[in-house]
Ligand binder design. Structure first.
Ligand code: KMH
Ligand code: ZN
Length: 311
């Protein structure tokens, strides 16, 4: 693993897993998403991971004008690294999801390392009524859905990242995805060093157990030696336990309402910034590591820089 004395905190501000019924604090309009991202940056996030939603209904969309509006607002306000999703929602096709890269030409974007089941339907059991018509159908639809990221998709998508010098953050939902990344590295479709995101606790991916995080790192060490860094997403209530373990292991952590709606058991987070503040304080207290600034992350990950983004 590449050593970095500072910890990188990413904030994923809205995503495509949660629906508006689940929290009144989930940002959905471009203004809300952008202001939440700026506040998260002020709280210590060096990277903000961004999805967009229909401003009227909160439904996840891939509207490039919305992405552009959000990115432009954030860039005007602060120097955080804006990382748009190319995962979009599990319901969207890969060729549609990647279009944000040529449009924004961002410094980084997420890139999903394999196809998986992505079951959001268990969340249905927690709610009796839904605010919008689309929500129940959207969650139920994931019972029979594959989040598609085939080798052919990756062969198409990764050259688009390379063309725009956009660093892919490799979302790995299970151990096999690490081997997919090694294969793509061997074929020259990925360039070292890699920045991996271990996504743990999605229904269809690896479970969010501490032993599994140790195992993911052990396999990554074997496959990539000192040519990779990693961050961890612990879905739901696993956000802080796994984030803390990750920063203790010398890795990095992602928090935010995309992955977890709660500040503590039974207590909804009122903002993304609250989640970042909590992770920053846990990181300092548990490890003594300081939180990296966006420019320190740019240098560590060798990003092209803000002066070369499209928007
Ligand atoms: N939604 C998370 C489980 C992406 O947007 O490309 C992982 C993620 C992937 O954020
Ligand atoms: Zn995402």
């Amino acid at each position: 693993m590449r050593q970095f004395d500072k910890a990188i905190l990413t904030c994923a501000v809205t995503g495509a897993i949660h629906v508006p019924t689940m929290s009144p604090h989930l940002p959905t309009t471009p203004e809300e998403i952008a202001t939440e991202a700026v506040a998260a940056a002020e709280a210590g996030a060096s990277i903000v991971h961004v999805h967009v939603r229909d401003p009227e209904t909160g439904e996840p969309v891939t509207d490039l004008d919305l992405f552009e509006e959000v990115a432009a607002y954030i860039d005007d306000e602060c120097d955080v690294i804006v990382q748009p999703t190319t995962g979009g929602a599990p319901t969207m096709a890969p060729e549609e999801r990647v279009q944000v890269v040529p449009r924004l030409e961002p410094e980084m974007a997420s890139c999903n390392m394999g196809s998986i089941n992505f079951g959001l339907y268990p969340l249905l059991d927690k709610y009796d009524e839904f605010q919008y018509d689309w929500e129940e159908e959207y969650l139920e639809g994931t019972r029979d859905l594959i989040f598609q990221n085939t080798f052919e998709d990756l062969e198409t998508i990764l050259p688009i990242f390379a063309e725009h010098d956009t660093k892919p953050e490799l979302e790995c939902y299970d151990v096999g995805h690490l081997y997919n990344a090694r294969h793509l590295l061997d074929r020259g479709l990925l360039e070292p060093p890699l920045h991996l995101q271990f996504v743990m606790g999605i229904h269809g991916g690896i479970g969010a157990d501490p032993e599994n995080l140790t195992h993911m790192k052990r396999v990554a060490d074997e496959l990539f030696g000192d040519q990779y860094s990693f961050s961890v997403i612990g879905a739901g209530r696993n956000q802080f336990p796994l984030g803390s373990q990750a920063v203790n292991m010398g890795g990095h952590a992602r928090v935010g309402l995309e992955d977890n709606l709660y500040l503590a058991p039974g207590e909804l987070a009122e903002s993304n910034a609250q989640l970042v503040e909590k992770m920053a304080s846990l990181t300092r207290e548990l490890t003594g590591r300081e939180i990296a600034t966006p420019d320190e992350v740019r240098a560590f990950l060798d990003l092209k820089g803000r002066d070369r983004i499209g928007v």
